[in-house]
Design a protein around this ligand. Structure first.
Ligand code: ZN
Ligand code: ZN
Length: 370
């Protein structure tokens, strides 16, 4: 399904507002969001409006047919190797020597020094190349109905897959086996891919926020953190649950309860108009008050879309800009006690006019699994 041309028009307006004549989009995820093209080599040149509009997608011979299938004809679709990007761009620039040179933005987080030098050589002093930050990422923050429904469906099938896998028991299976079974179950239920390699972390490994599953059997009487997600038509889901395999200690139970309270309270605070920093503080205050502030070393959450981690962020360092309806974010506080255990609980939510709509359906009160 091709994205609507509204995206290109909104981006062109943002390019103009930023004081740029053209923008080079080299981040392939941004190219996909704009044009629908899913290949591995492309560059977009965009800017202007009406007769002066540049809506150019450059790629190479391998993708000619794919581009015809994926990219609407409103885009000027051209075959060009990376070496020809400069000349293609030069076509859209006025001849040299005429007043102030046009300003051409580039995605400074997503272009190589090599690419930039090639472009510089091709256009010489006919344009000023300007780092333009993350203009497209800013527009990607608010999802449209089609994006929300894909992420909702990815979250739904990921939940089904997890219930199936955990339903077969955890004790005695290795973390790696559980992770593999989860990947297979997600694919079988319709995921085109996984959104990231699942984390299955039991016992002391639960204290590693991004633990890699080990070939180590899961023991009875420990906590097991599972963080997983499915991908559907490019869109990701993300969820975490922490299970107990039998009787756990009072300390483990207490930490679980703190994380759950922080998760539910901060989740209830999500609504348009509040900043990611404020919502992070809601969870962080609860965890800090319980004496575990230092053990919650990451942000409360992140945007999810074509990428598993994207804007906006919910963290101490997030900007004060308010969250808006249509954003999709995670809410995932955790407490990690090195050498002992860890707990994280994560939901994926769409921000609605009144608050948020949770996309996961799995229970959050402590589930004991044999
Ligand atoms: Zn996650
Ligand atoms: Zn996450």
């Amino acid at each position: 399904m091709s994205p609507s041309s509204g995206r290109a028009e909104r981006l062109a307006a943002a390019v103009h507002e930023r004081g740029l004549d053209l923008l080079l989009v080299s981040n392939l995820v941004n190219v996909r969001w704009l044009t629908g093209f899913t290949g591995s080599n492309a560059l977009v040149i965009i800017g202007g409006s009406g007769e002066d509009a540049a809506r150019i997608l450059l790629s190479d011979f391998r993708y000619t047919t794919q581009i015809e299938e994926q990219v609407p004809p409103t885009w000027d679709r051209r075959e060009a190797t990376q070496e020809l990007v400069g000349p293609a761009l030069a076509e859209h620039l006025p001849p040299a020597g005429g007043g102030t040179p046009p300003r051409v933005g580039f995605e400074d987080r997503a272009i190589t020094v090599h690419q930039l030098e090639r472009i510089r050589e091709a256009i010489g002093d006919r344009a000023e190349l300007v780092p333009a930050g993350s203009l497209v990422e800013g527009l990607r923050e608010v999802k449209d109905a089609g994006e929300v429904s894909r992420i909702r469906e990815a979250a739904r099938l990921a939940d089904i897959a997890l219930s199936e896998v955990v339903g077969q028991g955890l004790i005695g299976r290795t973390e790696a086996q559980v992770a593999l079974d989860l990947e297979v179950a997600m694919r079988r239920h319709g995921a085109e891919a996984i959104s990231f390699p699942p984390i299955v972390a039991s016992g002391t490994h639960g204290a590693l926020p991004h633990a890699e599953p080990r070939a180590v059997p899961i023991e009875a009487g420990v906590l097991v953190t599972i963080d997983w997600g499915a991908q559907l038509e490019g869109y990701c889901s993300d969820c975490t649950r922490t299970f107990a395999t039998g009787e756990i200690s009072e300390d483990e139970r207490a930490v679980y309860d703190v994380v759950l309270r922080a998760q539910e309270t901060s989740l209830a605070a999500v609504r348009p108009g509040r900043s990611g920093r404020e919502i992070d503080a809601v969870a962080r205050d609860i965890i800090t008050e319980a004496g575990h502030g230092d053990a919650f070393g990451h942000g409360l959450g992140h945007g999810v879309g074509l990428e598993i981690h994207e804007a906006p962020r919910l963290s101490r360092l997030a900007p004060e800009t308010p969250l808006a309806e249509g954003m999709i974010v995670t809410v995932e506080p955790g407490i990690y006690l090195p050498g002992r255990f860890g707990v994280r609980i994560e939901d994926l939510v769409v921000i609605t006019a009144m608050g948020s709509d949770v996309l996961n359906t799995l229970p959050k009160d402590l589930q004991v699994v044999g």
